[in-house]
Design a protein around this ligand. Structure first.
Ligand code: IVH
Length: 682
């Protein structure tokens, strides 16, 4: 049978809508994008060849509208009302509404609780979708409630809005709801914009409102919008269910997106419970809400209650604390974090936002501050959502005073020096953050530096933990790691939670740590981007600390695995006089290691051999196995190649063992491995 064009078109439309649903609604595509594109183009071609078969609900109609000069006005068949807002954000707000409803309906205290439909109050833009015989024919904004704007072209690009209602050919059905932008879509869109140097959206709500009122439908289509239905406008020939909640159920059945977070509640208690339940999950919702909405559920009762000045008496919005507010930037401070990261922070005229008073908000880093062009004196939008630290999301440019500050320049502001310790500040290539380079010296980084210095893989000072470091720093007993070697028994024994015995143990551990290796010492310095492996490579390559400190970027890059970024961190660290001073103090305090390690390594029995560990050994952990091999001069690598001299395979060894067999690399089981160690260790 030869398929007619009409049949093929019908098939393609249904197929494409099915895949749209799978992709946009279920997030579970059934076919690859290329196959989808092929179906779409075939439909476009066929429709172009057969203009008589055009249809307003064809998926091709979602894209490719014309750029408009202006939106046409649309007079709403039924006015779009707004809702009274309950500003008392406590439970009282819900109690007051229920009391008003009961009074209005003249219900006595002993009469049954009123049934309410409880919904989220979405933070976007209200639209009216007009379906005739089940087909979307027009979409309009709310406007002044009487007359809105025709935004049909843009609304068609919203993939979750059905162009045809499933199983509904009612002459007229107007669906009302909110166009919004999901938070993840908002972030992704902004990331893309920034990557292209284009302006970012301030918040999801502006994103949604701005896109719908975008005259170029191609630009509108690029903005990822979503929609939730929450009510009806005009309905002709529709047998409405008797309750609001059932109306939404019916819309959901027709393929309309309706939020799952809704409930039918009884009485004031039910409202309070809903308000609290949603408050607890507000931050984990994938989109912004600014409150909840309560509606008397029975449509008969709604009709009986009627309206006051454009607001129905049967509905109320019960708010949550606003997560965004407007305030003024008094100054821009720069804070030094525990790792030396420099963060610009806006000092604000205090403002109540997200449930607390906020007077500082992060600007993240220099690039962000410049992108948003935040200056002293600016009026800004501050956001605090949940437990996230408050941030400046944007500037209200129209309110910039004539005497506003200069464009932000972090280095200039600080004169190139850390505001805490005066060390040079550096910004690595490709990094957004400026940092203080005085890692060993800077008071802001002291705790972190000491903990790292004492850690097991660094100087291995057992017993020098968090709490102790805190006390030593707090009481100014220790300023740099070199001060550790000057501590005495009486001082330590007097500290909180320290006895004579632990003080003795700690002193011993500190004393023991004096004898170390060059690799451990380099690692202990806490140079940015220098981990254990790099420290070992450096020690092996340069043999002495003086060589390391004297090496320039070029020489550093001759070390395997050191690239330009790591080299730059090392150069900046040793260039900072404060750091050199601490190193000199450490050596004076008696910290030492065999200097000509290269010679020492040369004499080792497994020098130059490369081993790979895989699977689990029953008698020792992987760290120990690695350390013992390295102590004999071997290198331990993460992957098997032709250069590998041996693979140590424990239980449940996987692909590395396979690869060793493939390449003919010798494999040692646990016994053979222990024998190998035994042969060489004294
Ligand atoms: S019902 C007759 N339900 O809030 C009541 N509105 O002033 C008509 N909104 O801009 C509105 N979520 O777009 C209703 N679940 C919800 C809502 C909701 C958000 C918006 C609506 C309008 C404003 C009401």
């Amino acid at each position: 049978m030869i398929e007619s064009a009409a049949q093929r078109i019908a098939f393609l439309r249904a197929e494409i809508e099915k895949h749209n649903y799978q992709y946009y609604e279920l997030d579970a595509p059934l076919i690859p994008d290329t196959e989808y594109d092929r179906l779409f183009r075939e439909l476009q071609t066929l429709e172009a060849q057969h203009p008589e078969l055009a249809a307003p609900d064809s998926p091709t109609r979602r894209v490719g509208g014309k750029v408009l000069a202006a939106f046409q006005p649309v007079r709403h068949a039924v006015p779009m009302l707004s809702i009274r807002t309950e500003t008392d954000i406590s439970d009282q707000g819900a109690l007051a509404f229920d009391a008003r409803v009961r009074k209005e309906l003249e219900l006595g205290a002993d009469e049954a609780p009123v049934e309410y439909a409880c919904e989220l109050k979405f933070d976007g833009l209200a639209v009216n979708l007009r379906y005739e015989r089940g087909v979307l024919v027009q979409a309009a904004t709310r406007g002044d409630g009487e007359t809105g704007e025709d935004v049909t072209q843009n609304v068609r690009t919203i993939h979750c809005i059905p162009l045809r209602l499933a199983g509904c050919d009612t002459p007229v059905l107007e669906v009302r709801g909110e166009v919004y932008m999901r938070r993840d879509d908002f972030e992704r869109y902004n990331e893309k914009q920034r990557a292209q140097g284009l302006p970012a959206l301030v918040n999801p709500r502006n994103g949604a409102a701005g896109s719908i009122r975008q005259l170029d439908p191609v630009l509108a289509a690029r903005r990822p919008l979503s929609f939730f239905a929450y009510g009806l406008g005009e309905a002709q020939g529709w047998a409405s269910p008797p309750a609001h909640s059932a109306v939404l159920d019916a819309l959901a059945k027709m393929g309309m997106p309706v939020s799952g977070e809704r409930a039918v509640a009884r009485g004031a208690e039910g409202l309070v419970e809903f308000h609290r339940r949603i408050a607890a999950m507000r931050d984990s919702l994938p989109f912004d809400i600014d409150g909840v909405v309560y509606k008397v559920n029975s449509l008969t009762l709604q009709a009986r209650m009627g309206f006051v000045s454009r607001e129905p008496r049967w509905a109320v919005a019960h708010k949550y604390p606003a997560e965004e507010q407007i305030t003024v930037v008094r100054d821009i401070d720069i804070q030094v974090g525990r790792t030396g990261k420099l963060t610009p922070v806006a000092k604000l005229t205090p403002v109540f936002v997200g449930g607390t008073t906020v007077s500082n908000a992060t600007l993240h880093n220099e690039d962000e501050t410049r992108r948003k062009d935040v200056r002293t004196g600016d009026t800004v939008i501050v956001r605090r959502a949940g437990d996230v630290i408050p941030e400046v999301v944007g500037v209200v440019l129209g309110q910039r005073p004539a005497d506003a500050g200069e464009p932000f320049d972090l280095r200039k502001r600080l004169g190139g020096k850390c505001p805490v310790c005066g060390s040079a500040i550096v910004r690595e290539e490709g990094e957004a953050d400026w940092r203080c380079s005085g890692g060993l010296f800077c008071p802001a980084q002291r705790r972190q530096a000491l903990l790292h210095f004492a850690s097991r893989r660094a100087m291995d000072i057992e017993g020098l933990g968090d709490k102790l470091v805190e006390q030593l720093v707090e009481q100014k007993l220790v300023q740099t790691p070199a001060d550790l070697y000057r501590l005495d028994w009486a001082t330590l024994a007097n500290l909180d939670r320290m006895g004579e015995k632990s003080a003795g143990n700690l002193l011993e551990a500190i004393a023991r740590s004096r004898k170390t290796t060059l690799a451990r010492f380099i690692y202990a310095l806490g140079i940015r981007n220098v981990g254990e492996a790099t420290a070992k490579d450096m020690a092996r390559h340069f043999a002495t600390l003086d060589n390391c400190m004297a090496a320039d970027g070029e020489r550093l890059q001759q070390v395997p695995d050191i690239g330009p970024v790591v080299a730059q961190s090392i150069v900046a660290f040793f260039a900072e006089p404060h750091n050199r001073e601490v190193i000199a103090h450490l050596r004076k305090a008696g910290v030492y290691w065999p200097e000509h390690e290269e010679d020492a390594v040369r004499a080792l029995p497994l020098k130059g051999k490369i081993f790979v560990l895989t699977g689990t050994l029953s008698g020792m952990g992987r760290d120990e196995a690695k350390a013992r091999l390295e102590a004999l001069g071997a290198r331990v690598s993460g992957s098997v190649s032709k250069k590998t001299d041996g693979v140590v395979a424990g239980a449940e060894a996987g692909s590395k063992l396979e690869k060793a067999k493939d390449l003919g690399v010798p494999v040692l089981d646990e016994t053979q491995f222990l024998n190998l160690l035994g042969e060489h260790e004294e």
